[in-house]
Design a protein around this ligand. Structure first.
Ligand code: SF4
Ligand code: F3S
Length: 104
């Protein structure tokens, strides 16, 4: 599966949802997640994210983010079309230590 990671927080550009062939993104207030059991590993979302926040779970060190994606994909609503992008999304792109800002 692919996994949404920290740099999505407060950026939430949503380009990812427009390309996913199986519509497996789920939307929180300031973050999106991928449903690990619905993702077919096509990889097309990874280069679409302007925040470079999407990773293949074959990369090391993603266990926490994978667990978080799995958890909230069961709770948050599905998102299939791009909605409102935060006006300050670019300001947050690349900011360190955003994990504590995640709104669940
Ligand atoms: Fe969707 Fe493909 Fe990205 Fe998985 S890898 S979330 S199936 S676009
Ligand atoms: Fe987040 Fe990137 Fe999608 S910032 S909403 S993972 S395009």
């Amino acid at each position: 599966t692919y996994v949404v990671t920290e740099n999505c927080i407060n950026c939430k550009f949503q380009d990812c949802v427009t390309v996913c062939p199986v519509d497996c993104f789920y939307e929180g207030e300031n973050f999106l997640v991928i449903h690990p059991e619905e993702c077919i590993d096509c990889g097309v979302c990874e280069p679409e994210c302007p925040a470079d926040a999407i990773r293949a779970d074959t990369e090391p060190g993603l266990d926490e983010w994978l667990a978080l994606n799995a958890k909230y994909a069961e709770i948050w609503p599905n998102i299939t079309e791009i909605g409102t992008v935060p006006p300050d999304a670019e300001d947050w792109n690349g900011k360190p230590d955003k994990a504590g800002l995640l709104i669940t």
